[in-house]
Write a protein that binds this ligand. Structure first.
Ligand code: C2O
Ligand code: CU
Ligand code: CU
Length: 536
């Protein structure tokens, strides 16, 4: 069903002038209130032990290796997330020999290893497993083109061609990706190669102790802890940020190196990740890697943006801290640049998301507490982490994309909206070609995390960046430290033009279709998405 025409978004309602003056006054009052919760005095609420992938079979802790075929069955699982009632989580369940079911297991893979995962769909609706960030053929991509119907099954089978890095998998059904991901259909994949193993050896870190994967997603909880979602809504931000499904988490770890691999599985929320000590001072950290693996060299930063679908691999040096000390992982405040409203009225996130922190306000994410009983990593950080080609091509074929919003409130990619170009490829790319895509976001817009399926890319430059991004630039092309890594999702701010270079080499033949879309899942479901074909 094409939901595009009936999408009565909040944005559209606001444009129609539905918001009342009283509503706007309330908005400002709540906004001030929400600024609380970010001083050390409030850290006492962080009391839940962080669920750590690899530690048990529970949600947020389950893991498995892809060394053998894996079978995942979608279903609804009642699980205790918050105090009080259990919440219904839509998950990918793997039944173990002893009958226990582990949900959304973190999968471990080695580069070159064959992945074989069978999806058994018992969700009552179409779904898929999309292998986000993986170099795959059309059939194994798991995008909306190849839904798996309720009661049916499909086996995804491909060799892992990607570099080391933190990847993820999630549902990607037509028009309902936002719903299904918000309800829980998402998990992590850790890929390791020789460069990665080298780094672990040098740092002396141990997986699950001082090298931890963090799946970050905010959920909107309603009465009786029900996770709420409204189809055809806008920017679905939530009133609770969960890390590995843990609310108000505490990570106990040893003083020394602490490596965190973050994946933003939120539908729409953008984080500005930083670490602060009890006095509130920022603790600089090393950026080791991005979406598709390690940077060439570590870069010291104070904070980094983590847009929906993006990953960051960061390293904290807590060598000078002692047992009992605490550090807060925090999303710093930023200007959310939600410039798309025509009414001049700020968007009111409380309308559909009671209790949610407005986009751009500070949020405390996770407390790190140093413990004497935990292993300490005291090795050395290598000057060179990896080698991957970063050359910019002069002869690349160039394509321009414009991100903008129609008066009706519909997000557009050039003159395309997926609900109009339905399933059809809107352009073709020659297999083996290198292309540069120039993505321009209109000023009357908001930040869009743009994602390409099936390929990774280099950022070749940013122009007309807003102040915060200009300020963070690491080179004269306007690129941030994060832009120096290999990415599959790129955040484009209002007014900005970001250029990315994609190598379309792949070992397949014939036509394979992929997607290019905004990974704000509500924008995606509303059609800010196209298919393109890779052909011989
Ligand atoms: Cu996370 Cu279309 O993808
Ligand atoms: Cu559609
Ligand atoms: Cu968008």
């Amino acid at each position: 069903m094409d939901r595009g025409n009936i999408s009565l978004s909040r944005r559209r309602l606001l444009i129609a002038g539905v918001i009342s003056a009283a509503g706007a006054a309330g908005y400002f009052a709540i906004k001030k209130w929400q600024k609380r919760g970010t001083s050390a005095a409030n850290w006492a609420t962080f009391t839940n032990k962080l669920r750590i992938p690899g530690h048990s079979t529970q949600l947020g802790e389950a893991s498995d290796s892809i060394a053998h075929p894996i079978s995942l069955q979608t279903g609804v699982f009642a699980l205790p997330l918050l105090d009080g009632s259990a919440s219904d989580v839509w998950g990918y369940g793997q039944r173990l020999a002893d009958g226990t079911v582990q949900i959304n297991p973190t999968l471990f893979a080695k580069t070159g290893q064959a992945l074989n995962v069978t999806l058994h769909n018992r969700l009552g609706d179409d779904t898929t497993i999309h292998w986000h960030g993986f170099s795959v053929d059309e059939l194994n991509d798991g995008g909306g083109l190849h839904p798996v119907k309720h009661g049916e099954q499909f086996t995804y089978a491909f060799p892992v061609r990607n570099r080391s890095g933190l990847y993820w998998y999630h549902a990607h059904p037509h028009s309902q990706t936002g719903l299904q991901v918000h309800k829980g259909l998402a998990g992590l994949v850790v890929v390791e190669d020789d460069e990665e193993l080298q780094l672990q050896k040098s740092l002396g870190t141990q997986w699950g102790e001082n090298d931890i994967a963090l799946l970050i997603s905010d959920k909107q909880f309603g009465p009786r802890n029900k996770m709420e979602y409204e189809l055809a809504a806008d920017d679905w931000i939530g009133n609770k940020v969960l890390i590995n499904w843990t609310p108000d988490p505490v990570l106990e770890t040893g003083a020394g190196w602490v490596r965190l691999r973050l994946a933003n599985a939120s539908n729409a929320r953008l984080y500005r990740v930083a670490f602060v000590g009890e006095g509130g001072d920022p603790i600089p950290f090393q950026l080791l890697g991005t979406d598709s693996g390690l940077l060439n060299k570590p870069i010291s930063v104070n904070d980094a943006f983590l847009a929906p679908a993006q990953r960051l691999d960061v390293l904290l040096d807590l060598g000078k801290f002692s047992a009992g000390d605490v550090v807060m992982m925090r999303s710093l405040p930023y200007d959310p640049m939600e410039n798309d409203m025509t009414t001049g009225m700020p968007e009111d996130p409380m309308l559909e998301h009671p209790g949610a922190t407005p986009m751009g306000d500070a949020i405390d994410l996770m407390l790190i507490r140093l413990s004497a009983n935990k292993p300490k990593a005291t090795g050395s950080l290598p000057a060179v982490l990896s080698t991957f080609a970063t050359g910019i091509s002069d002869s690349a074929y160039r394509r321009a994309f414009r991100l903008w919003i129609q008066e009706s409130g519909r997000w557009m990619l050039n003159n395309w909206n997926f609900h109009q170009s339905h399933g059809q490829s809107v352009f073709q790319v020659k297999r083996g070609a290198t292309e540069i895509w120039e993505i321009t976001n209109e000023m009357r817009s908001m930040p869009h995390p743009m994602h390409v399926h099936g390929f990774q890319f280099l950022v070749t430059g940013r122009q007309n960046s807003p102040h915060a991004m200009k300020h963070a630039a690491a080179d004269n092309r306007g690129r941030t430290p994060q832009d120096l890594g290999l990415l599959d999702t790129i955040l484009v701010w209002p007014g900005e033009t970001v250029s990315i270079q994609i190598d379309f080499s792949q070992p397949y033949q014939g036509e394979h279709r992929y997607m290019f879309h905004c990974h704000n899942l509500e924008h995606e479901d509303q059609g800010m998405m196209v298919h393109f074909s890779v052909v011989d």
